[in-house]
Design a protein around this ligand. Structure first.
Ligand code: BEZ
Ligand code: FE
Length: 274
């Protein structure tokens, strides 16, 4: 529904020179106005919303991005990943706030964690292109939380870049690395987004996962996860990041597997052309 006022505001932004900004502003104004009309938003509710967004901004600092967390719990981050997914490629999902650029490159098969981080798991697979061709020299930038549910950046007990590493595929497109079996962990709830979660009677658990950014020259990079099929939060991930195609069994290691791992999981990645 549009009102005369909405039309007036849309007209005021209709000459925005940048065409993409013009398109985004027009849609934003139309949807914001429709929201206020549809809900008959009161001045008190409007002010509560402003105060909530103000508190969200005030919670942000160099280590904490509460606005991204808000986007995450409203499903917007996940939707943006979905809208921008390439067809015939591994499904993308959210980046999350704990990615660190500059993780060390590690040797094929190397363990990214320490014994105290959890049960060792061997993760292996292939990176292929759209026609199924192996992608040699692709990088897998992987990161995960420790068994205590914390990333290295949240936990002074962990050395820098613990549970992070970059692996490079061989000529056959294959990679393998060792990690620890991921655990569910709570998203931060000590800010306004936490208040929202509790008021909505939601829980704050992420389904257990390992993050990966897979990239290679000539291909579109994909930011994604490997989810543990045995995890109880796959259907209710706090930030709506789960995709069925990314869920993998972590099977107990058998006599044919390397003796130093407790679990094995296989994950292939497909990349779309750039
Ligand atoms: C993560 O997976 O690292 C994450 C994503 C969204 C919110 C908090 C953590
Ligand atoms: Fe995570």
């Amino acid at each position: 529904m549009t009102t005369d006022l909405t039309e007036q505001v849309l007209a005021a932004y209709a000459s925005t020179p940048d065409p993409r900004l013009r398109e985004l502003l027009a849609a934003l104004i139309a949807h914001l106005h429709a929201f206020a009309v549809e809900t008959r938003l009161t001045p008190q509710e409007w002010l509560a919303g402003i105060e909530f967004l103000t508190a969200t901004g005030q919670k942000c600092d160099a280590q904490r991005q509460e606005f991204i967390l808000l986007s995450d719990v409203l499903g917007l981050s996940s939707l943006v990943a979905e809208v921008n997914a390439a067809s015939d490629a591994t499904e993308p999902t959210i980046l999350g706030p704990f990615y660190l650029a500059g993780a060390p490159q590690r040797a094929m098969g190397e363990q990214i964690g320490r014994p105290q981080d959890g049960s060792p798991v061997l993760i292996r697979g292939r990176v292929t292109g759209a026609a199924g061709e192996p992608v040699a020299g692709a990088t897998l930038d992987v990161w995960q939380a420790s068994g205590n549910g914390l990333y290295d950046t949240q936990d002074p007990e962990q050395p820098p870049f613990n549970l992070r590493g970059v692996f490079v595929t061989g000529l056959d497109g294959r990679y393998e690395f060792r990690a620890v079996r991921p655990v569910s962990y709570p998203i931060p709830t000590d800010g306004p987004v936490g208040d929202l979660i509790w008021r909505a009677a939601r829980h704050h658990w992420r389904a257990a996962h390992i993050h990966a950014i897979v990239a290679a020259p000539g291909y579109r990079p994909v930011t994604t996860h490997i989810f543990d099929a045995g995890n109880p939060y796959l259907d209710s991930d706090a930030v709506f990041g789960v995709r069925d195609s990314l869920v993998r069994p972590f099977r107990p290691a058998g006599p044919d597997d390397p003796p130093d791992v407790s679990f094995v999981t296989e994950m292939d990645f497909a990349l779309a052309p750039a």
